[in-house]
Design a protein around this ligand. Structure first.
Ligand code: PBG
Length: 325
């Protein structure tokens, strides 16, 4: 008997063979493109820490979404940058708030696009925290009321899926109740269930101008050292009525993605966050890595770990790469 009998390289010899045995396929249909909507008309401002990503006014958001859809990206998630902020974050639930305007415009002009809205207060509060504040503490239960109001206003504007990202306890149940009571029992919830207090959100906070003005988010977002706790968060959110769950960030949490995938039979999303985007963009700009290959490899890794859907700022670019083959 010649050695070795088993030669894994036999299945790697040609592109046809490699295609036949590939276990994970990347598809633009699995991508969700995050967008930052800002006031004005014709506004397209590049975000410094995220070259290639922009704050877009409503009309530019519509144009961006038409392009995304034409590339095969079926879905976007909207973040709002309001014209002004206040301690309550009242811009979040205004009927003519920035996200509400954008949803209405998209439903009218790009009806086939699937529109997700992020429900949180940090983009709308002047202190930059995700909830109401009293004596330097982020209050839980009083925050639930305004999160619910925000979710219902998104539903009224025509959102297809509501995605709470605030990490208050009980918010999925509160939002579920609010939606049901207002005639939206058919509308699903995607909860940011395992959301870590991650330094990888840095560039987003420049984009959304939502940096906390005091303290940090560690009293409500999860400690990156914890994995069991993520399972508990996911379980609670499903019990409260979440239809889909998310793990965030993505590459630093592939173990969590895998564990959630194996333990819970619900659709799972992972968010390749701003810092993940910026690191790849910066290294590629320096010529240190191959941008296209790293984009596809990182997205494949997230899907391989078990995510059904990937929120990624690379959605359009990756769709183009997949089209080109
Ligand atoms: C809002 C929210 C944040 C992100 C998504 N929703 C910021 C935060 O929690 O500080 C981060 C997304 C990214 O970094 O790309 N709470």
């Amino acid at each position: 008997m010649s050695f070795p009998i088993q030669r894994p390289r036999r299945l790697r010899r040609t592109p046809a063979l490699r295609n036949m045995v590939r276990e994970t396929e990347l598809s633009s249909g699995d991508f969700i493109l995050p967008l930052f909507v800002c006031p004005g008309k014709g506004v397209r401002t590049e975000i410094q820490a995220m070259p290639g990503c922009h704050r877009l006014s409503v009309d530019e958001t519509v144009a961006e979404c038409e392009e995304a859809l034409s590339l095969g990206v079926p879905s976007v998630i909207l973040f709002g940058i309001p014209p002004s902020k206040d301690p309550e974050g009242s811009g979040a639930w205004k009927e003519d708030g920035i996200v509400q305007q954008a949803v209405r415009a998209l439903k009218k002009s790009v009806p086939d696009l699937f529109v997700i809205t992020d429900v949180c207060l940090c983009e709308y509060t002047d202190h930059g925290h995700c909830g109401k504040i009293e004596k330097g503490e982020v209050l839980n239960d009083p925050t639930l009321e305004v999160l619910t109001e925000t979710a219902v206003s998104h539903a009224r504007a025509g959102a297809d899926l509501i995605a709470p990202s605030d990490m208050m306890d009980g918010r999925v149940a509160a939002i579920r109740q609010g939606l049901d009571a207002n005639g939206f029992s058919h509308l699903p919830i995607l909860s940011y269930a395992a959301k870590y207090a991650s330094a990888f959100y840095g560039p987003f906070r420049e984009a959304a101008d939502s940096r906390p003005q005091f303290g940090d988010r560690r009293s409500y977002q999860m400690d990156p050292a914890n994995a069991r706790e993520a399972m508990r968060e996911v379980q609670l959110d499903i019990e409260e009525g979440a239809d889909m769950v998310m793990v965030k960030p993505a590459l630093p949490c592939l173990d969590i993605v895998r564990r959630v995938r194996e333990a819970f039979p619900v659709p799972l999303a992972a968010y390749q966050v701003s810092g993940e985007y910026s690191m790849i963009a910066a290294a590629a700009r320096n010529g240190w890595i191959d941008r296209n290959l790293v984009i596809l490899e990182s997205l494949t890794a997230i899907r391989r770990a078990g995510a059904d859907l990937v929120l990624t700022y690379f959605a359009k670019e990756a769709a183009r790469l997949l089209k080109a083959g």
